[in-house]
Design a protein around this ligand. Structure first.
Ligand code: DC
Length: 225
């Protein structure tokens, strides 16, 4: 479906692990809006490249894949992640791994890949409204969004949150490794030339360090009001 410019958009940007994903889902649920997990598109692009044996730095080929991705997002139950299908195959868990995140951060700086994904992301703007989560939602994809949030948290706290999530899933990880991966990914996301991670001029800054999910949710809902 084509983008509906009359539909309201709430953008939630920030670094990995700031809690954007959970908050985006809860806000979307609360308002009955659709949700765009833009990071999933970069993860899917990287996964698609790996599956067909395209090198992650082959910009033209990766961009071609990004333009032709056959993706479906199937909403989950309350609090459950959205199920993600690539060519009809359920890749929900596969795209959530640390290695897929690292691969995604390698294709994300490629200009042609970002261009290939731009309109696809904008077409998620539909009535009754959209909550969009990513790095450049407020700056590039939806610059006219009436509500823009930029969520941060200290790298240490983000590493701890990620550690708890992965432990729950039974993955064996070290917190120090997660911390250095988060710091490397932050550096790649903020340091790249195309669409670097930065708050939009009109974004509201929200530091979630030490806050519970409910506290963050209430702050975001207050902003929307
Ligand atoms: O939010 P995430 O961890 O799923 O994102 C995966 C990678 O994709 C991360 O390195 C940043 C990149 N990304 C991006 O460049 N632009 C977006 N709008 C969303 C994610």
């Amino acid at each position: 479906m084509k983008q509906d410019l009359t539909a309201p958009v709430i953008t939630i940007d920030g670094p990995s692990g700031a809690g954007k994903g959970s908050i985006t889902q809860l806000v979307a649920k609360k308002l009955g809006y659709d949700l765009l997990d833009s990071g999933a598109l970069y993860r899917l692009t990287a996964l698609a490249a790996i599956k067909v044996g395209v090198a992650l730095d082959d910009e033209d080929k990766v961009a071609e894949l990004a333009a032709s991705l056959d993706v479906a997002f199937v909403p989950g139950e309350y609090g459950e992640p959205v199920n993600v299908l690539l060519n009809g195959e359920d890749v929900t868990n596969e795209i959530r791994t640390e290695s897929c995140g690292t691969h995604a951060s390698k294709v994300a700086p490629l200009v042609k890949v970002r261009a290939a994904l731009l309109q696809r992301q904008r077409d998620f703007q539909q009535l009754p409204g959209l909550v969009a989560d990513g790095r450049d939602m407020g700056t590039i994809v939806f610059p006219n969004a009436p509500v823009k949030v930029y969520m941060t948290a200290s790298a240490e706290e983000r590493a701890e949150r990620r550690y708890r999530q992965l432990k729950e899933k039974g993955e064996d990880v070290k917190i120090a490794t997660l911390l250095s991966e988060i710091q490397e990914r932050d550096a790649r996301d903020t340091g790249r030339k195309t669409a670097p991670l930065k708050p939009a001029d009109d974004a509201v800054m929200l530091d979630t360090t030490g806050l519970s999910i409910d506290e963050v949710l209430n702050k975001v809902l207050d902003l929307i009001k």
